[in-house]
Design a protein around this ligand. Structure first.
Ligand code: NAP
Length: 296
């Protein structure tokens, strides 16, 4: 199912509320983006990041059923544990097995996942808004096997309709992800492989959905990797956005490849969550402008 939008929420006179539940939550960039979007849309609303430990998630989610509450975003460590606390799940949330957006509709809570369509929108922006990503040939490599990797696999298999190779530091987790995947499109496959098993010449998109490079800028999920194995039209998309150029991106660019960070995905997943809550399609530039200066 798709999450339907209650447009009347956007025109009530009270201050509407949305939240981030995460642990930690203090350094989140989401309040900047969503409060800018409320301002742009002329909606009296407030978005607040709340530090919610795992043990507090049930109560925090129950609080979303109050009138005037639009919903919440979820980040680590809640994206998977929230699945059982909600009344309904969108197709994307169910397939990915993770919720990053909860929408409140008249006392009912709907779990959605805007990471995958957010990633897809970011990829389309890179292609200049064309559908080049969707229609071009080639396979997708997903690096990582956590929640972000599941969203990337959904993007690869369901939205891009490509074969996906999952590579992860802990190979058993990649195997588990591939085995439990219930792809809607049986034409495409998901396989867990090691780096040396990837058919690199047929790969057109590499997505880093691991946290390598996030805490330590010199870290890369592809150490000692020869990027010339990839065709020159391949795109390397790093979900990490801080630093703005990761080691993975730098080394891909040095080999002449196009490489982009995850800022576009961050902005688009927020844009889509805001649309789920309010029915308003705020331009992605509003979200990107709100991030300016926060990421270097
Ligand atoms: P997660 O569930 O904790 O998974 C982390 C993954 O990264 C695991 O597969 C782990 O491998 C791997 N990993 C960690 N350190 C590594 C290293 N040094 N070398 C190689 N692999 C390493 O995290 P997540 O929620 O999926 O998030 C993953 C990344 O995506 C984070 O950086 C997050 O910020 C980013 N993200 C970005 C956006 C966006 O909007 N741009 C949205 C969602 C997530 P093991 O299994 O071996 O531990």
């Amino acid at each position: 199912m798709q999450v339907s939008v209650d447009h009347s929420l956007a025109v009530t006179g009270t201050t509407l509320r949305a939240f981030l539940f995460a642990d930690p939550a203090a350094h989140s960039l989401s309040p900047r983006m969503h409060n800018a979007a409320f301002g742009w849309a002329g909606i009296r609303g407030e978005y607040e990041a709340r530090q919610v430990p795992a043990a507090g998630l049930r109560d925090a989610v129950a609080g979303l059923r109050q009138p005037g509450t639009l919903g919440a975003n979820l980040s680590l460590p809640h994206k998977e544990s929230a699945l059982t606390l909600l009344d309904t799940l969108s197709d994307a949330a169910r397939a990915i097995g993770a919720v990053n957006t909860i929408a409140h509709r008249n006392g009912r809570l709907i779990g959605d996942n805007t990471d995958a369509p957010g990633l897809m929108s970011a990829l389309l922006d890179i292609q200049g808004g064309s559908t080049g990503v969707r229609t071009s040939d080639g396979s997708v490599v997903v690096l990582g096997a956590g929640g972000a990797a599941r969203a990337a696999v959904y993007t690869g298999v369901v939205l891009l309709e490509r074969d996906v190779y999952v590579v992860n530091r802990t190979h058993a987790r990649a195997q588990e992800l591939a085995q439990t995947w219930t792809a809607e499109d049986a034409e495409s496959t998901v396989s867990a492989v090691t780096l040396s098993e990837v058919p690199w010449p047929e790969v057109r998109l590499v997505i880093n959905a691991s946290s390598a490079g996030l805490a330590a800028p010199d870290e890369t999920p592809l150490p000692d990797f020869d990027f010339h194995q990839l065709p020159e039209e391949a795109l390397v998309y790093d979900m990490v956005y801080k630093p703005a150029e990761t080691r993975l991106m730098r080394e891909a660019r040095q080999a002449g490849l196009r490489a982009e960070n995850g800022l576009g995905m961050l902005a688009h997943q927020a844009r889509l969550a805001f649309e789920v809550w309010t029915g308003r399609d705020v331009p992605v530039g509003v979200f990107l402008d709100a991030l300016a200066g926060a990421v270097s």
